[in-house]
Write a protein of this length. Structure first.
Length: 411
């Protein structure tokens, strides 16, 4: 059937003119013989506006009401795009997430997709219609509407591509693809023609905002290649896919950064079983996710320090959650720093290649930037630094790893 699943982000659908432009792109693609399923985000800043509206009504909106409210943003987009397509002579039909058969768990605000029953989508496609699907939402077994978390339309698109067996999922946004670092910080940043799921996942979860990490994860699990490209131009974009070469390139592919990190250090914790468990149970109960977690070896007697990082917005909740636990275990105190950011170098083989860590730390030291905390994965090294120094750190690392130069191998 030559099926393709596309997704257009909020800025690509910001007003009627952009909507007509996207409709024309979809129409053009269909004229070239493709069957299309198009997933849409809410127009422009609609989701933020709806959240602000709820806050004007109450400080504590119920999760269920919030989800039903936010889901309307994407419903507006999908109906208007269907109308715009029909106005251009293209048969199209809009569907809410529920109508598209997207079944989720009951965790409002960050629901997970359990199953997709796309009967109505197939029906539309069989009738030669373009199926337009409201992103970011689904329905529970109990018929409550849920949302998938901010940026969740990417996840809808990749999940639908997997469920429909589409050979490719195309994500159209306001940037031209995945870059070696944020081009707003470093104009010499290069677009990567391709990147592996693993590398993209590390980039996305370490702050690169182009794609929702859960969508990348789904792409990897179901083997759906994802194209990220601009809806504003015809530039080629970046393809996220499985390993393309036998031997990984052993090279830093990109630098990601995040400006919203806070650090919590619990001082003088008794060094015995159950202390960390207690602390993190408290965080779990407060729904706070810790990112980096580091516990020191206790060298001075039976005491240890434990540091973890959270999103800046979560700091107050994290402190409120762990304070009673710390008092209960007899910790000596608590220190916080909410003015941190992180920079990461990402690339297959980074940790297995001697020299990358040294070069990263040397580069930061030469720039006079102090490292607060270091964490690693097999394909990433991350340093927490003062938030104010993050842009400088990104630029220095981009230069040190020569990312402005096109790659010699592979791509
Ligand atoms: N409209 C939602 C948001 O702004 C979902 C999305 O755009 O993917 O987070
Ligand atoms: Mg959005």
């Amino acid at each position: 059937m030559n099926l393709v699943v596309q997704k257009y982000g909020g800025s690509s659908l910001a007003d009627a003119e952009r909507m007509r432009y996207v409709a024309a792109r979809v129409a053009d693609r269909r004229a070239r013989g493709h069957a299309l399923v198009v997933v849409v985000s809410a127009m422009g800043d609609t989701t933020d506006a709806l959240i602000a509206l709820a806050r004007q009504v109450t400080d504590h909106p119920e999760d269920r009401e919030m989800d039903l409210l936010l889901a309307t943003g994407e419903v507006v987009s999908c109906t208007l795009l269907a109308m715009a397509l029909r106005a251009q002579g293209v048969p199209a039909r809009s569907f809410t997430g529920a109508q598209a058969g997207i079944l989720t768990d009951r965790v409002h605000g960050r629901a997970r997709i359990l199953r997709i029953k796309p009967a109505r989508i197939w029906q539309a496609l069989e009738q030669q219609e373009v199926a337009i699907v409201a992103g970011f939402q689904g329905i529970t077994a109990g018929t409550d509407i849920t949302t998938l978390g901010r940026g969740g339309s990417d996840t809808t698109a990749v999940a639908l591509a997997a469920a429909l067996g589409a050979p490719m999922c195309e994500i159209y946004t306001d940037v031209e693809g995945v870059f070696t670092c944020d081009p707003r910080l470093e104009p010499r940043a290069r677009r990567l023609p391709e990147i592996s799921y693993e590398e993209m996942l590390e980039m996305a979860s370490q702050g690169a905002r182009v794609m929702h990490p859960r969508a990348v994860e789904l792409g990897a699990i179901y083997g759906v290649p994802i194209l990220v490209a601009s809806s504003f131009t015809d530039a080629p974009g970046t393809i996220i896919h499985g390993a393309s070469a036998m031997e990984p390139t052993n090279k830093v592919r990109g630098i990601s950064h995040d400006m919203d990190v806070a650090k919590v250090t619990a001082l003088g914790l008794p060094d015995r079983p159950g202390v960390a468990a207690r602390l993190f149970a408290a965080l779990e109960a407060a729904h706070v996710a810790a990112d980096a977690i580091v516990q020191n070896a206790s060298v001075h007697g039976p005491e240890t320090d434990l540091t973890f990082t959270v999103r800046k917005d979560d700091l107050q909740r994290a402190v409120a959650a762990v304070e009673p636990a710390l008092a209960a275990v007899g910790a000596r105190g608590l220190q916080t720093n909410e003015a941190l950011g992180k920079v990461s170098i990402v690339g297959t083989g980074v940790l297995n290649t001697p020299g990358y860590a040294a070069r990263m730390f040397r580069t930061l030291s030469e720039a006079g930037i102090n490292i607060e905390l270091i964490t690693t994965s097999e394909i990433r090294i991350t340093c927490m630094v003062d938030r104010d120094r993050v842009p400088e750190a990104v630029r220095a690392l981009h230069a040190a790893f020569e990312l402005e130069r096109p790659e010699a191998l592979g791509t």
